[in-house]
Design a protein around this ligand. Structure first.
Ligand SMILES: [Zn+2]
Length: 209
């Protein structure tokens, strides 16, 4: 496979460590706000070489660069309500791993996710939404069902399961992801952000520790 022209030199583990360190600064409320200068902005005119692609929920309480204390050009971000996936999301993910050569892919759910809560409500009490929001319930429902099958009862667990199921689904649907993991050039992490204390919980990982 052709390598991206200007990809980052970080290994998957280095990319994950950098994110974790940034999240620790955020938890401690001592962010460094790295790489947010006008000089950095100028440098990036030549192109981007992000260290990570993050697929996450659109929830305004979980802005990706902020909670990982990252800067301009660091993170290729894809956000949809409930981190749901459609063809545009798959295309963006494929571009990130193939075109940009990111060494790390993170699928991030979060605490108090409205899409998960709405799905639980629709399943238990109804009605199933009509119009476009029906799609959210259709995508999140299997995660809730699977989590309950395992004996879980809390929305915290449903949110965790949904991030994991979403990660599993994108690995399945974009075969190059597994090839890159096997080649040692990509790591993937399923995680959940806690609004209460700012912590990103690692739920599962391949290709990184
Ligand atoms: Zn959400």
């Amino acid at each position: 496979m052709a390598k991206a022209e200007n990809q980052t030199t970080l290994t998957p583990q280095q990319a994950w460590d950098a994110l974790q360190e940034g999240n620790q600064r955020w938890q401690a409320m001592s962010p460094a706000h790295p790489r947010q200068s006008s000089q950095r902005r100028e440098e990036l005119r030549e192109g981007q070489a992000p260290n990570v692609c993050v697929l996450a929920c659109s929830d305004s309480r979980a802005p990706i660069e902020t909670i990982f204390d990252q800067g301009l050009g660091d993170v290729f971000v894809i956000r949809t309500a409930g981190e749901t996936v459609d063809n545009a999301v798959l295309a963006s993910l494929e571009f990130a791993v193939e075109g940009l050569g990111v060494p790390l892919l993170v699928v991030l759910g979060h605490q108090y996710c409205g899409a998960v809560a709405a799905t639980v409500g629709a399943l238990d009490e109804g009605p199933i939404p009509e119009r476009f929001q029906r799609e959210l319930v259709q995508q999140v429902a299997p995660s809730v069902i699977e989590s309950r099958r395992k004996g879980n009862t809390t929305t915290d667990d449903f949110e965790r399961e949904h991030a994991l199921q979403t990660l599993k689904s994108v690995i399945h649907r974009i075969p190059v992801i597994q090839e890159l993991i096997d080649a040692g050039s990509l790591g993937v992490v399923g995680a959940r952000y806690r609004i209460d204390d700012g912590v990103v919980e690692k739920l599962a990982a391949l290709g990184v520790n």
